[in-house]
Design a protein around this ligand. Structure first.
Ligand SMILES: C[S@@+](CC[C@H](N)C(=O)[O-])C[C@H]1O[C@@H](n2cnc3c(N)ncnc32)[C@H](O)[C@@H]1O
Length: 287
């Protein structure tokens, strides 16, 4: 540990360390991203300044991060940051790492918000909020005044959502609610968004070690992955205004099953695809 490393030596060491993980597509890039984070440089600078030496603390931090990455800790947890909808969000092991496909939920909510003509703030409930990525993005980009309630069963997740609301300057628009689904919801909302846990028990066992580093309670949803959609279908009616909209992210191949849960209750539903063309969102209108 005493010898000094240049950027080139650090890159080579990380590559040899990370390539043991056969499931990593690009071990060289994985190492580079961590080195960029440690050195505060972008990748082009890293490549241009190959002979620059790391300080002692840069070297020890880099070694620690690469070892954790090799053990499956996701990059976003190592750097405590994830970009979502162009916003930088804090993430820790207490929250799911926001996925790009979840941006559809935000875009769909923003499109509905555009159709409102009322003067009063539009009330949005973001169930299963995690880092707050969905609710906070709606608050950040909404063209109309909004009041957002961010709800989660995990107080640790809500703490992260609060910190993100603060860093985005959205505190005045947000309320935080620790609740098991709708159990503590006492108001009615114009729009409810939710990206609930939706991985079945059997699919969970086949997930990569990176994903298994994320909170189990953000992922697992009973034997068929539909546990939370059933709860929402049973419980949401008292928490939404007439003509209100419920928007649900769904897992691969779940859209029709989720839609059916609401069709059975004589509600109107529709399905939207994500950028990969996968059915990713079920919308429900309460008439
Ligand atoms: C799939 S994550 C979604 C996080 C975030 N909204 C996103 O899109 O990345 C599901 C979230 O639901 C929360 N959750 C799990 N069970 C819950 C329950 N019974 N009531 C409320 N929230 C719950 C978890 O703590 C987790 O934050």
């Amino acid at each position: 540990m005493s010898s000094i490393w240049t950027i080139k030596e650090a890159r080579n060491w990380a590559f040899s360390f990370l390539k043991i993980r056969e499931d990593l597509d690009e071990p060289i890039k994985e190492g580079d991203y961590l080195l960029c984070y440690v050195m505060g440089m972008d990748r082009s600078k890293l490549l241009a300044y190959h002979e620059k030496e790391l300080t002692f603390s840069e070297k020890s931090l880099f070694i620690e991060l690469v070892k954790k990455r090799a053990q499956g800790e996701p990059y976003a947890y190592l750097t405590n940051n994830k970009e979502f909808m162009g916003l930088n969000l804090k993430v820790t092991k207490d929250v799911l790492i926001p996925r790009p496909e979840t941006e559809l939920l935000v875009e769909s909510a923003l499109n509905i918000i555009k159709t409102f003509s009322c003067e009063q703030p539009i009330k949005v409930l973001d169930m299963c909020t995690g880092s707050g990525n969905v609710g906070l993005s709606i608050g950040y980009y909404s063209s109309k005044p909004v009041k957002i309630t961010l709800l989660d069963i995990s107080s640790d997740a809500l703490q992260i959502a609060k910190e993100n609301a603060h860093s985005l300057g959205l505190q005045s628009k947000c309320t935080f609610l620790e609740s098991d689904m709708f159990s503590k919801v006492s108001e009615k909302y114009d729009i409810i968004t939710a990206n609930p846990p939706y991985i079945s028990e059997s699919d969970y066992s086949g997930l990569s070690i990176d994903v298994k580093n994320e909170p189990v309670k953000a992922l697992k949803a009973g034997s068929d992955g539909l546990l939370y959609y059933r709860k929402i279908a049973e419980e949401f009616r008292n928490s939404i205004v007439d003509n209100g909209t419920l928007l649900l992210e769904v897992g691969d191949n779940q859209a029709q099953d989720v839609s059916n849960l609401f069709l059975k209750k004589d509600l109107t539903t529709w399905i939207e695809q994500d950028l990969a063309g996968i059915d990713r969102l079920v919308g429900i209108t309460k008439i």
